[in-house]
Design a protein around this ligand. Structure first.
Ligand code: ADP
Length: 427
């Protein structure tokens, strides 16, 4: 356990000091005896007393030094411990049983930059429950787990496992304590997102359902014999039922795309006929809104994709441009080859409208599920709030991405970027 066990015959600092004192006493007493100042028996007795006192003080100082020294493992063991801790994938800190840091790896240093080797862990970690757990682990030899939440610099959750390490099964007290940190933040975020998603989906379904139930009651009661009211209410009920159907359809599409997220589509598909087919399908909506759609660019542009999912992307983007950008009366679609920032050849399709545009604070959140700039307007337009989330998920599956360029009063441009079939093959 002690460093000195490895040091063999080398004299320590107190030993060296005592040897000097004894040598000096021998010379002085020998000189006094030789000069006749002190009788030989007295000189020998004097020398013996001084030498004995020096030896006793040396033992005492060695003893107190041993007591003062922190519990340390041998230097070779120290190196091994540091190497093992450095090689572990999680943030790990090894402590002696007094809570002093013996070793820590880079990840632990990043997590708690105030941690210093040789210093008490309590100087760096200001979490009383964790410090208490370390104390308990060192005293009782039982594993402890502490989950804590950190607000600064970012919201993060951690679980710290404090593991006492004993030399042998019969050891009563642990020799050191290992502290491992697990970042629970991604798990917590997924849990939160799942809870939010269920709450949002239920809320979106409950609204049309409540409207349907209300109208059914009215039709059974006060409007029972009112043919005109019946016609009007049935039309509203039909619209609400359609809204529920759209929502369920979008929810199912999202979960289907998520299930296949890891499988990249591998069928060559030409984007140009898909865009034309979607524009043709939306002709009635464009006419109703008084919007003209222009398509410009390449005659053929192939990517590796899933035909139906690509149709879904363009339906969502062009429908949004027709609904939210109708005031601009014009939608421009550009199809062309391009390249990503790192030079990968891409197929790019941009849908540009000249409507009211979108304020910058909304842009990063538009692809979140159920995120809408204006909920009432989205509902009035028959929106579910899932369209752009679907676009993002489909593009992720195709290893593509969506960029949005917009400013209030200047319309909006939604551009999809997909690696071309040739680029996808060469990868
Ligand atoms: P929704 O079903 O509500 O249309 P989306 O996910 O397709 O859901 O769009 C999310 C929100 O983004 C819309 O509610 C709307 O506020 C905004 N948005 C989408 N496209 C445009 C656009 N071209 N111009 C202005 N706002 C848009």
């Amino acid at each position: 356990m002690s460093l000195n066990e490895d040091r063999g015959l080398l004299a320590t600092r107190p030993q060296r000091g005592v040897l000097v004192v004894i040598a000096a006493a021998a010379i002085v007493f020998a000189g006094l005896a030789a000069a006749g100042t002190l009788a030989a028996p007295y000189a020998i007795a004097g020398f013996a007393i001084v030498a004995l006192a020096a030896l006793v003080s040396m033992r005492a100082s060695e003893q107190s030094e041993r007591l003062a020294r922190p519990v340390a493992i041998s230097e070779r063991g120290d190196d091994l411990l540091r190497a093992v801790v450095a090689g572990l994938p999680d943030p790990v800190v090894a402590l002696d049983r007094d809570g002093r840091v013996l070793a820590l790896n880079e990840r632990a240093r990043t997590l708690a930059p105030a941690l210093r080797q040789g210093e008490p862990v309590a100087f760096a970690l200001r979490m009383p429950e964790l410090i208490e757990a370390i104390g308990r682990a060192a005293a009782e030899g039982e594993e402890q787990r502490v989950v804590y939440f950190e607000r600064v610099p970012l919201d993060r959750w951690f679980e710290t496992i404090v593991m006492p390490v004993k030399r042998g099964p019969n050891a009563i007290r642990p020799d050191l304590v290992l502290m491992t940190f697990h970042d629970l933040t991604p798990l917590r975020r997924v849990e939160e997102m799942r809870a939010d998603f269920v709450a949002n989906a239920s809320h979106e379904l409950r609204t049309p359902l409540a409207a349907l139930l209300g109208f059914i009651e009215t039709l059974q009661g006060s409007a029972r014999d009112d043919a005109k009211a019946r016609q009007r209410f049935l039309a509203i009920m039909q619209e609400q039922a359609r809204r529920m159907a759209r929502l369920i359809d979008d929810l199912l599409s999202l979960s289907r795309i998520e299930l296949n997220a890891h499988r990249r589509p591998d069928t060559p598909v030409d984007l140009v006929p898909i865009v034309r087919q979607v524009v043709d399908g939306l002709e009635t909506l464009a006419r109703d809104r008084g919007v003209t759609v222009h398509i410009d660019g390449a005659n053929a542009l192939s990517v590796l994709g899933d035909h139906d999912e690509l149709v879904r992307i363009f339906e969502n983007l062009i429908e949004n441009a027709l609904k939210y950008g109708a005031a601009g009366r014009r939608v421009d679609i550009k199809i062309g080859p391009g390249a990503s920032a790192d030079g990968v050849p891409e197929a790019q399709v941009s849908v540009r409208d000249y409507g009211p545009g979108i304020a910058p604070e909304h842009l990063p959140r538009l692809t979140e599920r159920f995120y809408r700039v204006d909920v009432t307007e989205s509902r009035a337009q028959g929106g579910t709030g899932l369209g752009l989330a679907l676009v993002k998920h489909i593009l992720n599956r195709h290893r593509g991405r969506l960029t949005i360029d917009s400013a209030p009063g200047e319309g909006a441009t939604f551009t999809i970027h997909l690696p071309t079939a040739a680029a996808a093959h060469s990868r």
